[in-house]
Design a protein around this ligand. Structure first.
Ligand SMILES: Cc1cc2nc3c(=O)[nH]c(=O)nc-3n(C[C@H](O)[C@H](O)[C@H](O)COP(=O)(O)O)c2cc1C
Length: 365
C-alpha cells in the first residue's frame, strides 16, 4: 500500500514524483453540476507555487493543470476528474551528491529501509512537490463547499518567534505579503528572520492557522471518523507537520472547566456559544460555530550547513545540501492545509447524507 488514496465518498488518488514527468490526481465521487474553470484551480496552484526567491526554492514551475476528464461545458459531470501537472523544471544533477547519503530529518533513510529503493532526485514522493496534486484536488473540493456556503481560510500565524498577535490581526492583509500573514507589519519581521536563517545556511519552522465558516452542526462521525480526528489525519499527512491543534489545543490541558466550557445561549432563535474554546467541534461533530485549527511545521530539513549523517553503506559522513530548497515551508503550505481541510469536509458531508432516514427520504423522493 502506498497510502496515496484519501477519503471514502469524495475520494482522491494522487500520483507522481518530484523529478518524474508529471504529478496528478484522480477525484472520484465529486457530484455533478458544480461550475468549475481552470482559473479556479490555478488560483490555488499559484499560492503553492515555488519561485518567490525571498522565501522559497528558486525552482520555477508553472504548475499548469490539465483537466483530462470529468468536466464538460464548465461543470463537473459526476464522473472521475483527472488533473495532470507536468514537471517542467527538474534539475536532478543537484541531487547527485546526496545519492548515497541520507539527509537528516528528511525521508531518505526511512524510504530506503521500507522499499529498498530510493528516488534521490528531490525525494520522490516525499518531496513538497507532491502537494501540488493535493492542491489541485483541494480546489475542486473548495468549489463543492462554496456551493453549500462553506469557506476554508488559512494563513501563517507564526514564523519562528515572530507571531501575529490578536491585536495585529487583519485577515484582509493575508494576500498582501509574501508570507501570507494576517499583518503586513509582522510579515516584514518574519521576512527578516527568514533572510537571517538563509544567510546562516539554516531554515526555520512556523504555524498555519485555518478557519472553517458556514459548516452546519452534525458533520463528522461519532467514533473513529470524528471530524477532529480526520482533520488531524489529513493535516498531519502533509510533509513537515509535527503537531495539530483544535480550538485551545494544547492550552486546554492547563485550563479549568469553568474557563474552558463554551456556554450555550439562544440568540434570534439560533443556538449560540458565548466562547469557542472547543474550536467548533463537540463529540467529533461540527457544532455550527467556526472551526479553528492550527498546524505546526518543523524547519525545512534540507539546509546548507554541514551536518552529521551516514551513507547508504552505514558509514559516518557529513552532508551539505545545496539544491533549491525552501528556507521555510509554512507560506507555501498555507494553501496545502486549506486543501486537505476542504477534502476532509467534502468527504464527511457526503458521508453525512446517509446518517438519518429523514434526510434520505428527502433526497430520494
Ligand atoms: C509545500 C512544502 C514544501 C517543502 N519544501 C521542502 C524543501 O524545499 N526541502 C526539504 O528538505 N523539505 C521540504 N518540505 C518538507 C518535506 O517534504 C518533509 O519534511 C519530508 O517529506 C519528511 O517528512 P516529515 O517532515 O513529515 O517527517 C516541504 C514540505 C511542503 C509541504
Amino acid at each position: 500500500m502506498s497510502g496515496s488514496i484519501f477519503g471514502k465518498m469524495f475520494r482522491i488518488s494522487t500520483f507522481g514524483e518530484s523529478h518524474g514527468p508529471a504529478l496528478g490526481v484522480i477525484i472520484d465521487g465529486c457530484p455533478s453540476n458544480i461550475p468549475i474553470t481552470l482559473e479556479d484551480i490555478m488560483k490555488n496552484m499559484d499560492r503553492r507555487k515555488p519561485g518567490n526567491a525571498q522565501i522559497g526554492t528558486t525552482r520555477k514551475e508553472a504548475d499548469e493543470v490539465e483537466i483530462l476528464s470529468g468536466v464538460f461545458e464548465g461543470k463537473t459531470t459526476g464522473t472521475p476528474i483527472a488533473l495532470l501537472i507536468r514537471n517542467t523544471n527538474q534539475r536532478s544533477t543537484d541531487y547527485g551528491k546526496i545519492k548515497d547519503v541520507y539527509r537528516p530529518s528528511h525521508a531518505d533513510y526511512t524510504f530506503d529501509q521500507k522499499y529498498g529503493i530510493r528516488d534521490y532526485r528531490g525525494g520522490g514522493r516525499s518531496s513538497g512537490r507532491e502537494t501540488a496534486a493535493r492542491v489541485a484536488a483541494g480546489s475542486v473540493a473548495k468549489l463543492f463547499l462554496e456551493q453549500l456556503g462553506i469557506q476554508v481560510t488559512a494563513y501563517t500565524r507564526s514564523i519562528g518567534s515572530v507571531v501575529v498577535t490578536d491585536k495585529d490581526f487583519a485577515l484582509d492583509e493575508v494576500s498582501q505579503n509574501p508570507v501570507s500573514m494576517p499583518s503586513n507589519t509582522v510579515s516584514t519581521k518574519a521576512l527578516e528572520l527568514i533572510a537571517k536563517a538563509r544567510e546562516n545556511k539554516d531554515s526555520i519552522g512556523g504555524t498555519v492557522e485555518c478557519i472553517i465558516t458556514g459548516l452546519k452542526p452534525g458533520i463528522g462521525e461519532t467514533v473513529f471518523d470524528k471530524l477532529d480526528a480526520l482533520l488531524a489525519y489529513a493535516v498531519m499527512g502533509i510533509g513537515g507537520v509535527k503537531a495539530f491543534e483544535v480550538g485551545e489545543g494544547i492550552h486546554a490541558s492547563t485550563m479549568y472547566g469553568s474557563e474552558y466550557n463554551d456556554g450555550f445561549y439562544m440568540k434570534d432563535g439560533k443556538v449560540t456559544k458565548s466562547t469557542n474554546h472547543s474550536g467548533g467541534i463537540l463529540g467529533g461533530m461540527s457544532d455550527g460555530s467556526d472551526i479553528l485549527l492550527k498546524a505546526h511545521f518543523k524547519p525545512t530539513p534540507s539546509i546548507a550547513q554541514t551536518q552529521q549523517t551516514i551513507t547508504k553503506n552505514l558509514e559516518d559522513t557529513t552532508i551539505e545540501i545545496t539544491g533549491r530548497h525552501d528556507p521555510v515551508i509554512v507560506p507555501r503550505a498555507v494553501v496545502v492545509v486549506e486543501s486537505m481541510v476542504a477534502l476532509t469536509l467534502a468527504d464527511l458531508i457526503l458521508c453525512d447524507l446517509g446518517a438519518n432516514i429523514e434526510h434520505i427520504k428527502k433526497i430520494y423522493q
